[in-house]
Design a protein around this ligand. Structure first.
Ligand SMILES: [Zn+2]
Length: 218
């Protein structure tokens, strides 16, 4: 009889400890989740290599999703793709510099680098796109010469914080998944020119909003 009582008491205490722990743990989980949701912050959605024949589709996807965006354009693609360029401009999206010829510039002289980047500035200005203040290096290749030329032109170099690999055949699901890793202040490497990227836009925007991140532009 005594043994039974002891056993019952022991079981009762055990259960209470377990319940307290479960409540405590789930409370903690809820708190950290809440914190994450409220942490907020902002990210950029960036698209390189336009304007192209794809630009109007991409711009319309972004507008429908209610997102802002930044386009790092090739200077020498502007005159042949004015419809796309104007779609970016008319949507109020940010137009920034991705060089004129999109070349490997690591072995170039300062003057060569400066001239190419400056030519892109001029092409954007002449097309009514304003004066860029940000630069995405072709192939993300940056050295001291490129840094100096950008500095002389008043351009801040923007490297991506996440690579969606859309340029390397990533699926729409993989592009969406990569963007789930964006942290506040970050921007993904994405391109203007892939149906997979276009298709990823609605879910990327929904997921960012659900994480409490707002989308801003350069
Ligand atoms: Zn590029």
């Amino acid at each position: 009889m005594r043994k039974n009582k002891l056993f019952l008491t022991g079981t009762f205490i055990g259960c209470m400890v377990l319940i307290t722990c479960l409540i405590g743990c789930s409370k903690e989980d809820n708190l950290s989740l809440e914190k994450k949701l409220k942490a907020g912050g902002s990210v950029y959605l960036t698209f390189d290599d336009g304007p192209t024949g794809n630009t109007t589709t991409l711009v319309s996807k972004l507008k429908t999703a209610g997102a802002k965006a930044t386009f790092f354009v090739w200077g020498n693609r502007i005159s042949g793709n004015m419809t796309g360029f104007n779609a970016i401009k008319n949507a109020g999206f940010s137009i920034q510099n991705h060089s004129y010829t999109h070349s490997h510039m690591l072995s170039w002289t300062y003057q060569q680098v400066y001239n190419d980047i400056k030519q892109c500035q001029t092409a954007i200005q002449n097309a009514g796109g304003g004066t860029p203040r940000y630069f995405r290096a072709p192939y993300l290749e940056v050295n001291a010469t490129i840094k100096s030329a950008c500095s002389a032109l008043g351009l801040t170099i923007v490297q991506p914080t996440v690579d969606t690999k859309d340029w390397n055949g990533a699926t729409t699901a993989q592009i969406v998944s990569a963007c789930n890793n964006l942290q506040s202040g970050g921007n993904p490497l994405m391109h203007d020119g892939y149906a997979t990227t276009n298709a990823a836009i609605p879910t990327i925007v929904t997921n960012l909003k659900n994480r409490g991140l707002s989308i801003i532009q350069y």
